[in-house]
Design a protein around this ligand. Structure first.
Ligand code: GDP
Length: 367
């Protein structure tokens, strides 16, 4: 309503102020009356169709389904994965690992641009980051960390799924690989932090495992878990630029010597050690010449297919284990029994075996 201003009174001797006009509402008042449009839900066929046509929006939505904890989403996701399977398998999958600060994102940006330019095709960058579960935010694979690649029309970058156990996170990444391949991504990078268990997970889903290392601490070899080095098909020393160049070369020699101490890899390939600079784009070509040389080598000697088959077997067991564990721990009766059993074991009233047996007996009797 328009209010008459008191100063407009005829008695008033001061300046005259005209009446204002009513201000329109800042929010459209009719908005709430509009029927709410439901977000269009895609069918399994829509997802598969979109993915196979290379539609990255649909691909992204399907990956979200894979990551969802809702059983109904999981059902759709599994069906989509199954229908995508015939379109998969024709990519090369590269695991890239290194401790935080080793230069993974800088390197992946440079590596990605190089392989797209030299070999064409499309590149998907995925990640396995077990720490994201705790920090509630996924770090690896973040688009903003790979400036050039994130705006490249032939790339698809997806951060690490953040919910669940390492096994769960890794399974989701593996399933995402399947969808990416069906969408025509023929190069897949899987990034992980070089701190331990997640390497094993990445190793179990890639064709080539690239370990990024740094020189300069003097005791570089001591901090590296033997298991991780043994998994590497190639070790690359980053930041071989400026003052650091000599140290990087020295580190490479040390790594080469250390590799001799390990048993020969099953692939028949001798892991190589190279130096490079991701930031200044030096030596990047040589790294990818090596990776492609390896792929040719293992394709020729049959190890490429052998490793993929072994990985399929591994994932069959992993998936079974994960589902059994989930089903056990989500069983309501087990849920009520567990705290008591745990207490009794801690107090020494019950042996761990007896407690486990009674829980398992209850679980299997219920089924
Ligand atoms: P991430 O944590 O492994 O992903 O490492 P980043 O890619 O974020 O790099 C960590 C730091 O190292 C950043 O400050 C980069 O600028 C720097 N860096 C990365 N690659 C190189 C390189 O080749 N040479 C030099 N001198 N610095 C680099």
């Amino acid at each position: 309503m328009i209010m008459e201003h008191p100063e407009n009174n005829a008695e008033y001797k001061g300046l005259v102020v005209n009446a204002g006009i009513e201000q329109p509402a800042s929010v459209n008042p009719y908005l709430k009356n509009r029927p709410r449009r439901k977000r269009h839900e895609l069918s399994v066929a829509d997802y598969v169709d979109g993915i196979v046509k290379g539609n990255t929006t649909v691909l992204g939505q399907a990956v979200t389904l894979i990551e969802s904890l809702k059983p109904e989403h999981q059902l759709v996701a599994q069906e989509v994965i199954e229908k995508c399977l015939p379109y998969t398998g024709s990519s090369i999958r590269i695991g890239i690992s290194g401790v935080p600060g080793a230069g993974k994102s800088t390197s992946i940006d440079a590596f990605g641009l190089h392989v797209l330019e030299k070999y064409g095709g499309k590149l998907a960058v995925l990640a396995i980051d077990p720490s994201s579960e705790r920090s509630k935010g996924s770090i690896l694979g973040d688009k903003t960390r790979m400036e050039k690649l994130s705006v490249h029309p032939k790339s698809f970058i997806r951060p690490s799924p953040s919910a669940g156990s390492l096994g769960g996170v890794a399974r989701k990444t593996r399933e995402t690989i399947i969808l990416c391949e069906a969408a025509g991504f023929d190069k897949i990078f899987v990034e992980t932090v070089g701190v331990g268990q997640s390497e094993t997970a990445v190793h179990s889903m890639v064709d080539f495992f690239l370990l990024i290392q740094l020189a300069g601490t003097g005791d570089e070899l001591q901090g590296i878990k033997r298991g991780i080095m043994e998994m590497a098909d190639g070790i690359v020393i980053n930041k071989a630029d400026g003052d650091n160049l000599e140290r990087a070369k020295l580190a490479a020699t040390q790594f080469r010597n250390a590799l001799h101490l390990f048993p020969a890899p099953e692939s028949g390939w001798t892991p190589q050690v190279l130096t490079y600079s991701g930031f200044y784009n030096l030596g990047v070509k040589e790294i990818w010449d090596m990776v492609y040389q390896y792929i040719d080598f293992v394709k020729a000697n049959g190890y490429f297919d052998y490793r993929r088959n072994e990985q399929n077997k591994y994932w069959m067991y992993e998936t079974i284990n994960e589902h059994l564990r989930d089903s056990f721990y989500h069983n309501p009766q087990i849920g009520t029994m567990l705290p008591d059993c745990e207490r009794q074991v801690l107090q020494g009233n019950l042996t761990s075996f007896a407690a486990a047996k009674s829980l398992l007996d209850t679980y299997f009797k219920e089924r």
